[in-house]
Design a protein around this ligand. Sequence first.
Ligand code: HEC
Length: 181
Amino acid sequence: MMQPVSMVPSCASSNSSLSSLLVLQRKRTKIVGNFDQVGKWNKEEVNLLKFLAPPLMAAVLALSPIFNPPVSVGQTIDVHKGATLFRRACIGCHDTGGNIIQPGATLFLKDLQRNGVDTEEEIYRVTYYGKGRMPGFGENCTPRGQCTFGPRLREDEIKLLAEFVKSQADQGWPTIKIEGD
Ligand code: HEC
């Protein structure tokens, strides 16, 4: 599949690009789990790919982690987004998974289970429509008095938050480091 460089004179530098890509890939394997870094590497890899001539592309694509991303990367990125949303909309009352207004309704598994809110669907519903003294954040949350006066959240944001809260609860609310902390 790889053709001799002489046949594609325009990519005389491709060999060095290819080897630096391999270096990138090796480095990247070490830093899986640090999503910000991974994001940067991805961009560099994409830029690199643009410089590579098509005959080498297939070989590079097969090697590139972009097309075989480790499962943990996807999950890490979602956790990052979820944590950011959580910090924006929920942390005021639920810092580190607690509940400053109603101590029996924390986001820890034992409370979620006792209150019947231990599935993503139920967490979604409570976040969307609110419950008791918790305001709803959904765009179509009603009645008004039960809904936040602040900015509403999109459905995909609430879904991500539900996934985030559920996975944090399952793990006992480990600390998540967000860049800028
Ligand atoms: C103004 C304070 C406040 C904010 C902001 C808030 N909550 Fe709540 N939350 C509460 C209160 C109070 C309850 C208990 C409601 C009840 O059971 O009557 C609660 C309950 C919950 C529960 C159920 C917990 C249990 O054990 O029964 C979940 C899940 C939840 N909140 C998620 C969220 C999410 C996600 C956000 C951010 C989008 C958020 N909350 C923002 C006050 C708040």
